[in-house]
Ligand binder design. Structure first.
Ligand SMILES: Nc1ncnc2c1ncn2[C@@H]1O[C@H](COP(=O)(O)OP(=O)(O)OP(=O)(O)O)[C@@H](O)[C@H]1O
Ligand SMILES: [Mg+2]
Length: 216
């Protein structure tokens, strides 16, 4: 099952939720998985390498760093894979190689926030994805919500996005979600994501085998 984490808007929390979802599936649901780090910044792979030096225990998962051009050489292999493949995408949409990645998606997780610029980017992203892949469910994940803020666009944004997919429960803005590693998940981080992630897991993700199997 290819779970792509994308939005054409930068900085909305794609990498954060790629790591959190992976740690959650591994530690809370005992699932094996593979991360494909397709962001040219390679943030997850770098973090994973650093954490490997710090933590004594075995890694929860492997991270494969892959540029968008190389995806075409592995996607057939990916199609015969059972289990979870989490794909962290860059915050851009102007690369033709993304078409293949979008086509191969089984689920699209799209973090966003309730400001005008992010809304406009998120709608464009949803339209493009829908154009390329008509079947994969899109889950919009409201991210970094501040308890004190008044989001005047919220109702309008939710209405527009629900034409394309499901809106998950909100993720608050929390320091604990900025202090992530690839080996653990803190109680505070878990508390912040649990409701949204349980919804996503129970609705879309629970039917995969625990072991990852990649056929040659
Ligand atoms: N729920 C949250 N609470 C607090 N900080 C958050 C939350 N989500 C993301 N952040 C912070 O926002 C910043 C951007 O997050 P992240 O790098 O995950 O975004 P991105 O979409 O992957 O960005 P890019 O487009 O550059 O790849 C990071 O500093 C991250 O720690
Ligand atoms: Mg990122």
């Amino acid at each position: 099952m290819n779970i792509i984490i994308g939005n054409q808007k930068g900085g909305v929390g794609k990498t954060t939720h790629a790591i959190l979802l992976s740690n959650y599936l591994s530690l809370e649901k005992q699932k094996e998985l593979l991360i494909l780090d397709m962001d040219f910044q390679g943030s997850i792979k770098t973090k994973w390498n650093q954490d490997l030096e710090i933590f004594d225990n075995d890694p929860l998962y492997e991270v494969l760093q892959l540029d968008l051009e190389t995806f075409s050489s592995i996607f057939e292999k990916l199609n015969s894979t059972t289990g979870y493949v989490i794909i962290d995408l860059p915050g851009k949409i102007d690369d033709n190689n993304l078409v293949l990645v979008f086509e191969q998606a089984d689920i699209i997780l799209c973090p966003f926030s309730y400001d005008k610029l992010t809304f406009e980017s998120t709608i464009i992203f949803a339209q493009i994805i829908r154009h390329i892949n008509m079947n994969a469910p899109i889950i919009f994940l409201p991210n970094r919500l501040k308890a004190t803020a008044n989001y005047s666009l919220k109702e309008q944004v939710n209405e527009a996005l629900s034409n394309f997919g499901h809106i998950a429960p909100e993720i608050p803005d929390r320091i604990s979600l900025q202090r992530l590693d690839c080996f653990t998940i803190s109680e505070n981080a878990l508390g912040a994501i649990k409701e949204a992630y349980e919804f996503i897991y129970n609705t879309y993700l629970s039917n995969q085998p625990s072991k990852i199997s990649i056929t040659d």
